[in-house]
Design a protein around this ligand. Structure first.
Ligand SMILES: Cc1cc2nc3c(=O)[nH]c(=O)nc-3n(C[C@H](O)[C@H](O)[C@H](O)COP(=O)(O)OP(=O)(O)OC[C@H]3O[C@@H](n4cnc5c(N)ncnc54)[C@H](O)[C@@H]3O)c2cc1C
Length: 461
């Protein structure tokens, strides 16, 4: 392993890091990409993605309807309680279509959205073949550059920074520690959602019942190293994007297919067979990104989505099959719930459901319960026609919002408000500057691409 002389060291090999590495390599600089994962697990959380969110006019890339700058900004404000950095947020929205243009010009292809419960076909452009295809395209593209070297199984364990200037880093490469020098470093190493030790500080032992939807490699060392060197942070450590996922999913790497979309057409009960939130509050964006958090607050972090024959087929089926029974009592037994309690909960809910003349599965339909707490605001239909269906749910952590403060050149900012001289950050590691405490589907890839390109360009000047 060559221990020095790199113009740019890029840490990570997900979307943001590869955008930086490509940009720097195109300029003829000597680039080293350090990827913690072995080659067959490369690509971080980016490999699980499906789409980019972009502002666009009617007709752009085949969109039938406009998604305006103002609507995009309003959507971000809605999910983030207005706490985002407005300069960076405006930058991302105004340049969002450039992220897609850049990806297209580097070989990425797109497809029409399929119909699903998340309703992204007007706002998001879908990657043909998903994030894995996008990354493979970028890896192949990088392969053309002799001046860029990718080293797998290489974890950054220490950053050496003096007077706000990056000097070198220590990487554990296939088990051996090596010090590597470079003129600049770009951190594209994601959040810390796979680091159970840090998560335990915030969530306690409940974390043992969480499922991490993405890679096991995003443990946050580069981010924490920068904080040790005085970088300013954004967001809260105990905050993250969490959805309800199938409780039978693996601890890591389950990806998109473990998400359970039946929630809005069902009742969700805890281990005492009691409902605990308004399952039909909204489809998008409010409910989707917080259902996991509500399950995380329940005893033993377990819940069950229960519905009947009428709702089967209304949502995209997840990887695991539902549990199907002809009686609620047998279902309760199967799920480890008290049958009397479940029967009572379903009866009370059924009695609160309205007479339904119009049921719209694709929009909030106003069919709300009456005189029951918690209410169900939409899609409140009686659960009374067997067979009955259930999915067991756990909180599925997608990513953490806590990150490094950056400016709109992707430079990492210190606690005195000054940029570090030669240290940049792109992607999930800094997305909290924009998505402070909330999430809007597809924005992670748009942010990573734009700030990844910026970092790659800036690191050379
Ligand atoms: C299931 C799922 C579906 C998603 N779907 C979408 C979607 O459709 N659209 C969207 O915009 N967003 C989506 N997201 C969010 C999206 O994945 C992230 O916003 C985006 O991928 C972040 O990209 P990144 O390059 O910053 O990080 P990542 O792609 O996670 O890459 C980080 C890289 O850093 C490496 N690394 C970590 N620590 C070290 C270290 N110490 N040393 C060396 N390397 C290190 C990792 O191995 C990894 O390769 C989804 C996330 C998940 C989990």
């Amino acid at each position: 392993m060559d221990a020095g002389g790199y113009d740019v060291i890029v840490v990570g090999a997900g979307n943001a890091a590869l955008c930086s590495a490509i940009t720097a390599s195109q300029k003829g600089k000597k680039v080293l990409v350090l990827e913690k994962a072995p080659e067959n697990q490369r690509g971080g959380n980016s490999k699980f993605t499906r789409n980019f969110r972009i502002a666009h006019g009617e007709g752009w890339n085949g969109f039938k309807q406009e998604y305006s700058r103002d609507e995009f900004l309003t959507d971000i404000k809605k999910v983030t309680r207005g706490e985002s950095n407005s300069e960076l947020t405006g930058y991302v929205v105004d340049h969002s279509s450039e992220a897609v243009d850049w990806a297209s010009s580097h070989g990425v292809r797109w497809q029409k959205a399929l119909k699903s419960t998340l309703h992204l076909d007007r706002t998001n452009l879908f990657i043909l073949g998903g994030g894995k295809a996008l990354l493979n395209t970028y890896f192949q593209y990088l392969g053309k550059y002799d001046n860029c070297r990718i080293v797998y199984d290489s974890e950054l364990v220490r950053l050496n920074v003096e007077n706000n200037t990056f000097q070198s880093l220590t990487a554990r490469i296939q088990g051996h520690e090596v010090e590597i020098k470079g003129d600049s470093v770009i951190l594209g190493s994601g959040g810390f959602e796979s680091n159970l030790n840090i998560l335990r500080e915030a969530w306690g032992d409940a974390i043992d019942n969480f499922i991490i939807r993405g890679t096991s490699h995003n443990t946050g060392t580069p981010m924490m190293e920068m904080i040790r060197h005085g970088a300013a942070s954004v967001g809260e450590k105990n905050d993250g994007h969490m959805v309800g996922v199938d409780a039978r999913s693996p601890k890591y790497d389950g990806g998109i297919v473990t998400r359970v979309d039946s929630v809005i057409f069902s009742i969700v009960v805890n281990k005492f067979a009691r409902r605990f939130f308004d399952e039909g509050y909204d489809i998008w964006p409010k409910r989707y990104a917080i259902s996991g958090k509500l399950i995380a607050q329940q005893p033993d972090q377990i819940a069950f989505s229960i519905f009947d024959r009428k709702s089967w087929g209304l949502f995209m089926p997840p990887l695991y099959p539902p549990i199907v029974e002809n009686s609620l009592e047998v279902m309760a037994d199967k799920l480890g719930l008290n049958p009397d309690e479940l029967r009572k909960t379903v009866s009370e809910y059924n009695a609160a459901c309205p007479e339904i003349s119009h049921f719209d599965f694709s929009n909030p339909d106003g069919n709300g319960t009456k005189n029951i707490d918690p209410a169900k605001s939409n899609w409140a239909r009686r659960i009374d026609e067997p067979p009955f269906y259930a999915y067991p749910l756990r909180p599925g952590l997608t990513f953490t919002y806590f990150g490094l403060k950056v400016d709109n050149h992707s430079r990492v900012i210190d606690q005195a408000g000054k940029p570090f001289n030669n240290i940049w950050a792109a992607g999930e590691i800094m997305a909290g500057n924009i998505l402070n405490g909330g999430y809007l589907g597809g924005l992670g890839m748009t942010i990573g691409t734009l700030f990844g390109i910026n970092a790659g360009e800036e690191a050379l000047s």
